[in-house]
Design a protein around this ligand. Structure first.
Ligand code: TXA
Ligand code: MG
Length: 318
């Protein structure tokens, strides 16, 4: 079973394990990451093995500063502007991969682009101390909800990894926003912790949407699947359903819900993002066969929340 160490005591142990090629769970501001040395192929393979993730799925390489990022990828002026504005923070940039970066090809799954992110907090500190980039998908087994607390990570992956660094609940609660920057402009590959509108404001350009294909193969339809069925944008709760609520007013039948969690009593989308995965997990383990979800507005972080809810609700074989 994994050791769980508080952030304040974990740095040297975490660096030591990463140097040895282990995969360990670390907190970032978005979700917990399952981290390994991105220059070590065996270590990266351990990530895929631990998650049970399909091999074709490329990973984000996390860096400790912009200088480290610029040794790995080519930044055009637009990419540089976005990095200056949003890093460290929940933005991932997909950029042309530089030859000789030292990143193991398993990280990019053979693409000639690479996804880079400079996280806040413990993530950045451990990467700086290791002095190498770290590959880190969300710390959950493939197809499960992303872990936003050390306890959720322990319940899912605890038997398969040596260390979980406990930084408390992650402040953003959703994965990073992923944008691809090229000389043709900028495309939104995954909505996430930074609202698309904020990125457009800094870029001074509209984000192209609807990019698909290998761009983000991690976006499998049922990527965030709970075991319960999901019913979205409900106007009423049916008998036996659990309710994932949003805002101050409840839909009809809410008082009879099998279990209830409110993403944000006041209707705040940032708070809702933070609570999304932990509330889904709680309702999923309530035993209800179906989770009914109240409408969440599509503006700001609501875009990412609705995206994750749609994935959680996608039909699947089980
Ligand atoms: O907030 C986050 O981004 C978290 C924390 C741990 O940093 N990480 C995360 O990683 O969500 P992961 O592996 O679960 O999601 C990475 C996404 C996948 O959808 C993958 O397909 C996409 O990034 N991706 C990685 N490299 C890419 C590339 N070169 N081109 C397009 N998409 C890429
Ligand atoms: Mg994930």
């Amino acid at each position: 079973m994994a050791d769980i160490l508080p952030e304040s005591e974990a740095l040297s142990r975490a660096v030591e394990l990463l140097r040895e090629g282990a995969a360990i769970a670390i907190p970032t501001e978005t979700v917990y990451g399952l981290a390994a040395d991105a220059t070590n192929g065996e270590a990266v393979a351990r990530i895929y093995e631990t998650k049970g993730r399909p091999q074709f799925n490329p990973l984000i390489a996390h860096v400790a500063d912009i200088a480290m990022a610029e040794r790995i990828a080519d930044f055009n002026p637009l990419a540089r502007r976005l990095a200056d504005a949003f890093w460290p923070g929940p933005l991932t940039l997909v950029l042309p991969h530089r030859a000789g970066s030292g990143i193991h090809p398993l990280v990019t799954a053979g693409l000639d682009t690479i996804a880079l992110r400079y996280p806040r907090g413990f993530g950045a500190r451990v990467i700086a101390a290791l002095d190498r980039p770290v590959a880190a998908p969300s710390a959950n087994s493939s197809g499960r909800i992303s872990g936003t607390t050390a306890q959720a990570v322990a319940a899912d992956l605890g038997a398969r990894i040596p260390l979980i660094v406990d930084g408390g609940p992650t402040p953003v609660g959703l994965e990073s926003t992923i944008v691809k920057v090229s000389d043709d402009g900028i495309a939104l590959l995954r909505p996430g912790g930074i609202a698309a509108e904020e990125i457009e404001r800094v870029a001074g350009l509209p984000l192209a949407r609807g990019a698909k294909g290998v761009q983000a193969p991690g976006m499998l339809a049922s990527h965030y699947a709970p075991s319960a069925h999901m019913r979205l944008n409900v106007g009423e709760v049916k008998p036996g359903e659990a309710l994932l609520a949003f805002g101050p007013r409840r839909v009809a039948g809410a008082e009879k819900a099998f279990a209830l969690r409110n993403l944000s009593d006041s209707g705040d989308l940032r708070e809702a993002a933070t609570n999304l995965f932990s509330h889904l997990l709680a309702l999923d383990s309530s035993g209800a066969a179906t989770i009914a979800v109240e409408p969440v507005p599509l503006e700001g972080l609501g875009e990412a929340i609705n995206d994750r809810l749609a994935r959680a609700a996608a039909p699947r074989d089980r």
